[in-house]
Design a protein around this ligand. Structure first.
Ligand SMILES: Nc1ncnc2c1ncn2[C@@H]1O[C@H](COP(=O)(O)OP(=O)(O)OP(=O)(O)O)[C@@H](O)[C@H]1O
Ligand SMILES: [Mg+2]
Length: 251
């Protein structure tokens, strides 16, 4: 598996945070990484200080044609991105008459994945056509689970969506891991973690990402927490998660 998405139907659970920090950690370990932003919010470009080209991502997805300059170098060696912008919100309307509209992303990923050791896709928080494209283009998914009552429900729902995709399209990415995020040392959090393990233990990653204000502070400087404060708890967690991922993927 080299094409993975950090996937959840639930918003605000840490998809973009995990994608950007994991991508950074893997690039620093000498893997050549591409982050493909599929969220019209376009946060990835902002986090890595890249100016997004208006409407480029939309043309790229709709027509499937591109030149290599859509892939942007970042300030981190080995880490590249394809940025997104609000035009992506027009995707569904633009491809409404294309019979292969759910496979647009896979076709593109197939053309570029050989240039990288790992491709990470950051999807939007919804269930529409873009999300389906992300699932059908991914070989594996990492599912972030916010350690709250609703976060756990969201994880169960997300696993169901992956299973339903398998039924409907005869294809679904493998579940690499459910990653508990925003862990706090409280009784409630511990209970939620135990409940998650009891339900889907075999999928839950050994690494737990703590809730750490440094994550948000880093983002306010358009940085990952690995860059801003490598000694923070969250930065250490993301390093550990990268090592666990390398083991799980055998890369
Ligand atoms: N471990 C953490 N500690 C502290 N804050 C966190 C942590 N993980 C995520 N956050 C914060 O939670 C918010 C949502 O995170 P993020 O944007 O990564 O989620 P998302 O799932 O990508 O959201 P969306 O569904 O909008 O794309 C951000 O403000 C981020 O800084
Ligand atoms: Mg996001």
């Amino acid at each position: 598996m080299k094409v993975i998405s950090v996937f959840s139907e639930k918003g605000g659970v840490g998809k973009t945070t995990i994608t950007s920090n994991l991508g950074t950690a893997l690039a620093r370990k000498n893997y050549k990484v591409l982050i493909l932003d599929m969220d019209p919010q376009g946060h990835i470009a902002n986090l890595f200080g890249v100016e997004p080209e208006r409407r480029r991502i939309l043309q790229f997805l709709v027509t499937g044609t591109f030149t290599d300059d859509i892939i942007k170098k970042t300030r981190i060696e080995n880490l590249y991105i394809i940025s997104s912008d609000w035009s992506l919100a027009d995707f569904t309307v633009n491809v409404a008459r294309h019979p292969d509209r759910h496979l647009k992303l896979r076709r593109i990923v197939d053309k570029i994945k050989d240039k990288f050791n790992i491709v990470m896709i950051d999807p939007p928080p919804s269930l529409e056509l873009i999300t389906l494209n992300v699932l059908l283009a991914s070989e594996g998914v990492i599912i972030p689970v916010a350690l709250t009552y609703l976060g756990l429900a969201g994880a169960a729902e997300t696993l169901k969506i992956v299973a339903q995709t398998r039924k409907a399209f005869n294809y679904a990415p493998g579940v690499i891991a459910l990653v508990p995020n925003m862990y706090e040392d409280t009784l409630n959090c511990k209970e939620l973690l135990e409940r998650l393990k009891a339900k889907v233990g075999k999928h839950v990653s050994k690494t737990i990402i703590h809730r750490d204000p440094e994550v948000d502070r880093a983002q306010s400087f358009s940085m990952t927490v690995l860059e801003l404060n490598p000694n923070s708890q969250a930065a250490k967690d993301f390093e550990k998660l990268a090592d666990e991922l390398i083991l799980r993927l055998g890369i």
